[in-house]
Write a protein that binds this ligand. Structure first.
Ligand code: HEM
Length: 496
């Protein structure tokens, strides 16, 4: 080999080795930076990651991890990178500075799933045609009527059942009828009809299956196997529900074709009349059934749960119950029923509702989001496709934001500017930003009005053997946060 050839080879060898060395140094440095820049969290087990740390009560267990790892937590749930946010400051940073990047959803609601043109169109339609302040104010008499009917059932059943009633049944029936009247202008539940019971049963089963922690979310390669049968059962109950709703949708289409006009144009009419002008997405008949169904699902369970937690707290705190009743008696008197127009004049009632939502946010981890891009968040590197959980339950109990955070103390909201609209990040029961709850306005009215009417119409006593100190307040986690044990109490009609 000539000397020059030898030198060139030698030169190439040296350059290649140097380049390799440099690449190794840089990639090792990046790898350690990458690791260093992740938020802190417990090291997980191979394959399952931190699943055991999270357990069946994720909101409570993540909250416990906060004392060791701080308000921004990094977990590995099986194969899924997970960011958990547990303080008002961290939530504010997310919703104010990164809302768009964190706006996708991986799983969850149907019509409003992924961040997409379809989601945008469906959300806009629901907001303007069903849940806007204007639409809601027109439907006030419907809501009062649904509550009145429920109060009548409670009166009748309390006599039959030796005085005691279980709130769950009445509130579920009432909220379903309330939503069905808003959406399709009629009751979906006749109190004693079988068809209605079938609908509620299918909805309850769907919600239970859908809320069951699914191994597939953690190990996507098990998707086809569906080891717990969750996909099979969710699909079974979902198609049952869609079939039931599509009977109503088809009936309305037939009526429209025959020239019959629905005087009180309702949400279903608006969906059927939506021509999609200027929209990229169209609404099929099936999409319409799913949106209708979603309004029932998103609304009824959350409203009825929140009312049950509110009544549980009032029964556990008789002084607060008495104060609320006194306020109602002073402002409304005993000659008429409370109406929606009275709500602004009842500060203690509003404080009771906020305090209930603080201690018992119906969706404690909000709905999981998914990052759409790599992001730098609070100095950490958060890769694309990270699941983001905002632990509202923990934020609402954070001593940095609240004095004596575990006590039920409505007074804390008297003369306070904090509301639940998603701009005060220490209180976010409806979430915040682009994916916040669109039913907030209706939900607040319904929760306030129902609690007020229950307290105005009846004096309430706990069953024999239960005292305020031992009301069972344990939680059961599904999609929403339920009471583990349904609340039972004795209503005694008040004299007007
Ligand atoms: C007390 C009652 C309710 C509570 C506590 C509640 C709470 C929530 C929460 C926490 C979210 C997720 C927000 C986020 O990820 O930032 C949400 C989303 C949603 N809620 Fe509600 N909600 C209630 C009632 C309702 C009602 C009455 C409706 C409609 C009839 C409704 C429709 C929706 C929809 C469609 C979404 C998905 C929004 C999206 O992803 O764009 N909710 N709700």
């Amino acid at each position: 080999m000539a000397l020059t050839e030898y030198s060139i080879l030698w030169y190439l060898f040296i350059s290649f080795s140097l380049a390799l060395l440099l690449w190794l140094i840089i990639s090792r440095k990046n790898a350690s930076n990458y690791k260093l820049l992740r938020p802190p969290g417990p090291s997980g087990w191979p394959l399952i990651g931190n699943i055991l740390d999270v357990g069946m009560m994720p909101h409570q267990n993540m909250h416990k991890l906060q004392s060791k790892y701080g308000p921004v937590l990094w977990l590995k749930l099986g194969m899924s990178n997970t960011l958990v946010i547990q303080s008002a400051k961290a939530a504010e940073e997310l919703f104010k500075k990164h809302d768009l990047t964190f706006s996708d959803r991986r799983v969850g609601s149907i019509a409003v799933g992924r961040y997409s043109d379809y989601w945008r169109m469906a959300r806009k339609l629901c907001s303007s045609e069903l849940l806007s302040q204007k639409k809601i104010s027109v439907s006030a008499p419907t809501r009062l009527n649904c509550i009145d009917i429920m109060l009548q059932w409670i009166k009748e059943d309390a006599v039959i059942n030796g005085g005691e009633i279980q709130f769950h049944k009445y509130l579920t029936l009432m909220t379903f009828n309330l939503l069905s009247n808003h959406v399709i202008s009629r009751d979906i539940m006749d109190y004693r009809s079988e068809k209605g019971t079938e609908f509620v049963e299918a909805m309850t089963k769907f919600s239970e299956w859908n809320g069951t922690p699914n191994l597939v979310d953690t190990f996507p390669f098990l998707k086809r196997v569906d080891p717990q049968g969750i996909r099979r059962n969710t699909e079974k109950y979902l198609s049952k529900l869609i079939n039931m709703v599509s009977v109503v949708v088809k009936e309305r289409i037939r009526e429209k074709l025959s020239g019959k006009v629905n005087e009180a144009r309702d949400f279903l009419d608006a969906l059927l009349e939506h021509d999609g002008k200027g929209e990229k997405e169209e609404l099929s008949e099936r999409n319409i059934s799913i949106i209708v169904l979603e309004m029932f699902m998103a609304g009824s369970e959350n409203i009825s749960n929140t009312i049950q937690w509110g009544m549980s707290e009032l029964l556990q705190n008789p002084n607060s119950l008495q104060k609320l009743q006194d306020e109602l008696d002073q402002v409304i008197g005993n000659s008429r029923k409370i109406e929606e127009g009275d709500l602004n004049n009842l500060p203690y009632l509003q404080a009771v509702v906020k305090e209930t939502m603080r201690l018992h946010p119906s969706i404690p981890l909000l709905l999981p989001r998914n990052t759409m891009d790599d992001t730098k968040y609070m100095g950490y590197f958060i890769p694309k496709n990270t699941m983001v959980l905002v632990n509202a339950w923990a934020i609402h109990r954070d001593p940095a934001s609240w004095d004596d955070p575990l006590s039920f103390d409505p007074e804390r909201f008297i003369n306070s500017k904090i509301d639940t609209k998603g701009q005060h990040f220490e209180l976010i029961p409806f979430g915040s930003g682009r994916r916040s709850c669109i039913g907030m306005y209706l939900a607040e009215k319904m929760v306030s009005l129902t609690i007020a009417r229950l307290v105005q119409t009846f004096d309430w006593k706990l069953p024999v053997n239960v005292s305020p100190e031992n009301v069972d307040m344990r939680e059961k986690m599904g999609i929403a946060l339920h009471r583990l044990v349904p609340l039972t109490a004795i209503p005694m009609e008040r004299k007007f």
